[in-house]
Design a protein. Structure first.
Length: 55
């Protein structure tokens, strides 16, 4: 398990930021900053770094 619910992540395919809402096996439901949600595989996500915060 690489991520947990509540982790702030960056979606590699599109560069969007969000946080994990649901974890199911190796897939994660991520809510983006604009409120939309989508399912992502574990290898499509990376931890959001503090210096990448969007103001």
């Amino acid at each position: 398990m690489k991520f947990k619910v509540g982790d702030k992540v960056k979606m590699i395919p599109n560069g969007f930021f969000g946080h994990i809402v649901v974890r199911c096996n190796r897939e994660y439901l991520v809510r983006k900053l604009n409120g939309s949600e989508g399912w992502y595989q574990e290898d499509e996500l990376e931890m959001e770094l503090a210096n990448e915060q969007i103001s």
